[in-house]
Design a protein around this ligand. Structure first.
Ligand SMILES: Nc1nc2c(ncn2[C@@H]2O[C@H](COP(=O)(O)OP(=O)(O)OP(=O)(O)O)[C@@H](O)[C@H]2O)c(=O)[nH]1
Ligand SMILES: [Mg+2]
Length: 559
């Protein structure tokens, strides 16, 4: 339904005026589209759009006062004859040798000065430019003031250069008068290669059946009907179709009136450019589709990515080492003093991984050295690859080509930097073991106290023994109940030490598990931000480009 409305709107634009401001806004939107897709869409797909934007900018800047009309058609159809007849002068040679016209001729109604830059840009040789000053004919020609009429070479030429020249000029002119003759009006080339291609420019297209005098009068309406049918099939329904006779001054009245109307409106240039923008927007439309999926760091695929990154970064290994290091360090501080030294001889599990274990040591210098966290296994690497791919696929689902490929390429663009970045992120993570908890120190002091008590008891006993051995009078030991104090101190101290160790062990185990969980959370945050920086940000950047392109093309669409 909307399609039909769109087509009707397009069909009626011939009556509508094209607002120059709106046209400029549409061109700027196409420019924004091109900026947004730069580097994402192959340049070859954007050539036409670039050309149209540039051409339109130049045409609008050059002259709004002139209307450039081209006479185009097959060789011998009578373009040069019409050109001369309209100018009422023999300007462009008409010959029997075919093709006759090799490069374009121009005739300007009004002063040449204003049209010179326009003709420089169009590329008409200075010696092929003529002026039709209205002063010569009184007011006869004033209605055509502002017309720049071009006589083009033939498009079906045996000379390849003619065809190239015609194609170039057809891209620059404001209105095209297609000249056909009774013999060749149904030729395939003009319909398939030209008229059909011009369906978006139907409001700046006129078709004339020249040499109408060569048909018996009864035949003319039939040929015109046949031609109208062919034009309808070309998508040019409604374009003006006029019979002309170039060799008879009266045979041009219809065409002259049509040109006068066009020149007076000063709309042809704008309509032509609007048609160009329509064609560009239609050509670019397949490059955008639905709105991009809104993705963020909390999406399932982003979380999957973090898990895979954590595996590749050795987070489980580090977390395990944190738990072991907690137990090791807590044991070193709270353990029985006599075995503490022996414990300390064993390497710290975190230092074995060359991890400082705390934010305090994780200064910039210490980051230079890599950690010794084991490299990812083949399985972890492929899990990471899959996760990166999944993020890309999920983000680009439903987007038209070439966006899925662009998103995947963006997701993988910094894959090679990931191992180092992950290593640094793990090394820089504050694993929460920098400070020794106060309770370790308190237990440590308690252990020292009971050990000192035991040592004092032992010393006391040894002293008594030595005194007795030397036959010296031994001191009478004070007693606690039946048991002498030295024994109480020695055994009590030893027992208390063992008891404190036994009681703290489960607490340490529980606290070590908590330390591991905390470190795990912090490590996941760290590797998550690596994933965001190295995988998700590039993906989001491409999606942002897609969004901008989509929005810009919507603004450039025909209204
Ligand atoms: N009878 C008749 N002859 C015409 C008419 N228009 C052109 N001719 C003749 O057709 C021949 C070709 O005319 P041109 O004007 O040279 O044709 P052209 O389209 O410019 O051809 P190229 O420059 O080769 O592309 C000439 O002999 C003209 O005199 C017409 O309306 N009626
Ligand atoms: Mg010619």
């Amino acid at each position: 339904m909307s399609n039909i409305v769109g087509r009707m709107r397009e069909a009626f634009r011939g009556e509508q005026r094209v607002d120059p401001e709106a046209l400029i806004a549409r061109l700027q939107a196409v420019q924004r589209f091109l900026a947004a897709v730069d580097g994402q869409v192959p340049d070859a797909q954007l050539v036409t759009a670039h050309t149209v934007v540039e051409r339109a900018g130049t045409r609008l800047a050059l002259s709004g006062q002139h209307t450039v009309v081209a006479l185009a058609g097959a060789t011998g159809s009578g373009k040069s004859s019409l050109f001369n007849a309209l100018a009422r002068l023999d300007l462009s040679p008409v010959g029997v040798r075919r093709p006759t016209t090799g490069s374009a001729y121009a005739c300007v109604w009004g002063p040449l000065d204003g049209a010179s830059r326009l003709l420089d840009w169009i590329g008409v040789l200075p010696r092929h430019r003529f002026v039709r000053e209205s002063a010569l004919d009184g007011d006869d020609e004033s209605a055509l003031h502002g017309l720049v009429l071009l006589d083009l070479p033939d498009f079906d030429s045996v000379q390849h250069s003619h065809r190239l020249e015609v194609d170039r000029l057809l891209g620059l002119v404001d209105l095209v008068v297609w000249v056909v003759d009774p013999q060749k009006y149904a030729d395939r080339v003009i319909h398939t290669s030209y008229l059909r291609e011009f369906h978006r420019h139907r409001d700046v297209t006129v078709v004339v059946l020249n040499q109408a005098d060569r048909l018996p009068p009864a035949e003319l309406p039939k040929v015109l009907d046949d031609l109208r049918r062919l034009l309808d099939a070309d998508g040019l329904a409604g374009v003006p179709l006029l019979p002309t006779v170039a060799v008879d001054p009266a045979g041009l009245d219809g065409l002259r009136a049509e040109l006068e109307r066009t020149v007076a409106e000063r709309q042809a240039a704008l309509r032509r450019l609007a048609g160009d923008v329509d064609a560009v927007v239609a050509g670019l439309a397949p490059l955008v589709g639905p709105e991009p999926a809104r993705t963020g760091p909390d999406d399932a695929s982003a979380r999957e990515l973090t898990t895979a990154l954590a595996g590749a970064a050795g987070v489980p290994t580090v977390a395990e080492a944190v738990e072991a290091a907690y137990r090791h360090r807590a044991g070193g501080t709270t353990g029985w003093p006599l075995v503490r030294g022996w414990r300390r001889l064993r390497p710290d599990p975190l230092r074995r991984l060359h991890l400082p274990g705390g934010g305090a040591d994780a200064s910039a210098e210490s980051l230079v050295a890599a950690t010794s966290v084991p490299d990812p296994t083949a399985a972890q690497r492929s899990a990471l690859n899959l996760a990166v791919r999944a993020v890309a696929e999920r983000s680009a689902a439903d987007l038209p080509a070439p966006w899925p490929a662009a998103v995947t390429a963006a997701a993988r663009s910094r894959l090679a930097d990931l191992p180092d970045a992950l290593d640094h992120a793990v090394a820089a993570t504050d694993l929460g073991l920098a400070r020794r908890p106060a309770w370790w120190r308190m237990v440590g002091v308690l252990q020292w106290l009971v050990t000192l008590a035991a040592a004092a008891g032992l010393g006391w006993l040894v002293l008594g023994y030595v005194l007795r051995a030397l036959g010296l009078p031994a001191l009478e030991n004070p007693r606690l109940g039946e048991v002498p104090w030295p024994t109480v101190l020695l055994l009590g101290g030893l027992l208390a030490g063992l008891l404190v160790s036994a009681l703290t062990r489960p607490v340490i185990r529980w606290a070590a598990r908590r330390a591991r969980q905390r470190a795990e959370r912090r490590l996941l945050t760290s590797v998550g931000s690596v994933g965001e920086k190295y995988v998700l940000n590039p993906v989001w950047a491409v999606l942002a480009h897609y969004g901008e392109a989509r929005e810009a093309l919507r603004e450039a669409a025909p209204r």
